[in-house]
Design a protein around this ligand. Structure first.
Ligand SMILES: C[S@@+](CC[C@H](N)C(=O)[O-])C[C@H]1O[C@@H](n2cnc3c(N)ncnc32)[C@H](O)[C@@H]1O
Length: 489
């Protein structure tokens, strides 16, 4: 007999905080008409939530959230308990779904005090509609029973799941401990092109701006000072914690979002935000990430070979250095570091790791220095470390994804500003901005130029804005910074 498995990884939902509801059921468990009613009502509800937009969202979404709750109680039936998982993420739900059998379905939605958002509907490799079609009305005598989710997993999987939930919760917990003086590591990052970048977004009371690289909150602070509401995204829990503390005085005008800006559109839409007035990204790493030896970014200090901006990301620098094929290593060093000795360095790494795993920053720096004697001021490992960092964090992939989704998030007249620190990033931004700001395109084989279907913005800065002398004197890191800005038509 079919049964419904539902659960709950037990975590207390913070008062007024986010609560995730995860429902897991087996193929054939739901009577078709109930499921159809659920699907139709949910679609209608989501459309109304989208229509509600940002303005008036609180009241409307609160009502719709209640409606969704009622709906699930009615359509998915009593035995399904609410799963209160304060820090359960979409990724986590995806990982869970991947572990489950194909016949099982997972529906997750997030309830906040003012919104209810569908996060995922996953049915193995199938879409939910295919499954719905297969569900028949042949289950009237269903025996409903609530089963802890962990019972749907093998003991080893359950232990792993619980452990990962705990780790995620600890991270979320650390994030909210804004006034825990003792636990915060000092966060010293000098904001680059602060006035220029913020001015480009024209902050003012009532304007909603996204700081896609919150860091220590230097740009956000100026936006908030000028009256804007700011949504700050960062994948590094230490940065979020520092910014939360620094910007606490701005209360509800600041919203901090944990995640990768490659998913900015999804993250913000899940939070009920459909269109914003400006987006800023100050690409790259923050000074504390480099300065703290234990983060493993610096070849100057002994630390684990890590380099992950998001410490929960799956692949560290050590994983790449110790497992990638020699040709892949050489490509990384060449493409992301423009390192001319890429092949020789890759060969030496492979020789060395055959003797013992390469686990620390200085071990790798010494290996590189043994291939490439020091010339001039620059350490021979500079370019290789930059390359590995870019690969570990897939920085160019994330930038491309942000570029492709940014304009879609902006209101008409909204500004998109990006600060880059090296030529690979700047090239990507320049190319993309060029692509969307040309009214027409031309090809040699065409008799005349044609309208550009991607034309959607105008250049605010024809040439990139760079740091002035005063800033360069105070902060040498600003020397390679380039700010480019476009405005949505
Ligand atoms: C240069 S710092 C930003 C500093 C900030 N503007 C300030 O003034 O304090 C870059 C920040 O962006 C974050 N970051 C970089 N790439 C990211 C990505 N793909 N998604 C989310 N955060 C990212 C880093 O963790 C870091 O905290």
């Amino acid at each position: 007999m079919s049964k419904v498995a539902t659960q709950s990884h037990a975590a207390a939902s913070p008062p007024g905080g986010t609560c995730y509801k995860v429902l897991v059921w087996e193929d054939g468990a739901l009577p078709a008409e109930q499921l159809e009613a659920w699907q139709t009502a949910r679609r209608d509800l989501l459309a109304r939530m989208r229509d509600a937009g940002i303005k008036g969202a609180r009241g409307t979404l609160a009502k719709l959230g209640d409606a969704l709750r009622e709906l699930s109680a009615e359509c998915i039936a009593k035995p399904l308990d609410t799963c209160a998982a304060a820090s359960l993420s979409l990724t986590r739900v995806g990982a869970l779904a991947a572990k489950l059998q194909r016949e099982e379905a997972v529906l997750a939605y997030r309830l906040t005090p003012c919104s209810a958002t569908i996060l995922a509907e996953l049915v193995g490799e199938e879409g939910i509609d295919t499954l719905v079609n297969r569900w028949t009305a042949s289950t009237p005598e269903l025996q409903w029973c609530a089963t802890p989710l962990v019972e749907a997993l093998s003991p080893a999987e359950a232990a792993e799941w619980q452990e990962s939930c705990r780790a995620e919760q600890n991270e979320a917990g650390a994030d909210t401990e804004s006034d825990d003086e003792g636990a915060a590591t000092p966060f010293h990052h000098v904001t680059v092109l602060r006035a220029e970048a913020v001015e480009a977004l024209q902050p003012a009371v009532g304007r909603v701006l996204v700081d896609a690289t919150l860091g220590g909150g230097g740009h956000s602070e100026l936006m908030l000072e000028q009256g804007a509401t700011v949504w700050g995204i960062d994948q590094d829990p230490a940065a979020r914690k520092a910014a939360r503390k620094r910007l606490a005085a701005y209360g509800e005008r600041l919203h901090i979002v944990a995640g990768n800006f490659r998913n900015a559109a999804t993250l913000l839409r899940e939070a009920g935000l459909d269109a914003v007035d400006g987006i800023l990204a100050d690409i790259g790493i923050s000074s504390p990430q480099v300065d703290q030896a234990e983060r493993g970014f610096s070849f100057l200090a002994e630390g684990p070979l890590d380099m992950r901006m998001n410490p929960a990301a799956p692949r560290s620098a050590a994983d790449i250095v110790n497992t990638a094929a020699e040709s892949e290593l050489a490509d990384i060093l060449w493409q992301y570091g423009e390192e001319r000795a890429s092949r020789a360095i890759a060969r030496r790494i492979v020789q060395e790791r055959a003797k013992a795993p390469i686990t620390t920053t200085t071990q790798l720096a010494d290996i590189i220095a043994s291939v490439l004697p020091r010339k001039g001021k620059q350490h021979p490992a500079t370019r290789s470390f930059q390359a590995l960092r870019i690969a570990v964090n897939d920085e160019l992939g994330a930038l491309d994804a942000l570029l492709e989704s940014g304009l879609g998030l902006l209101k008409s007249g909204g500004r998109f500003a990006i600060i880059t620190f090296h030529s690979l990033e700047d090239r990507a931004v320049k190319r993309y901005f060029d692509r969307v700001t040309r009214p027409e395109i031309d090809r040699p084989e065409w008799p005349a130029p044609r309208p550009n279907p991607e034309y959607a913005a105008r250049l605010v800065t024809r040439k990139p804005i760079v740091a002035g002398e005063a800033e360069l004197a105070a902060n040498p890191r600003a020397r390679s910074a380039k700010l480019r800005v476009i405005e949505k038509l």
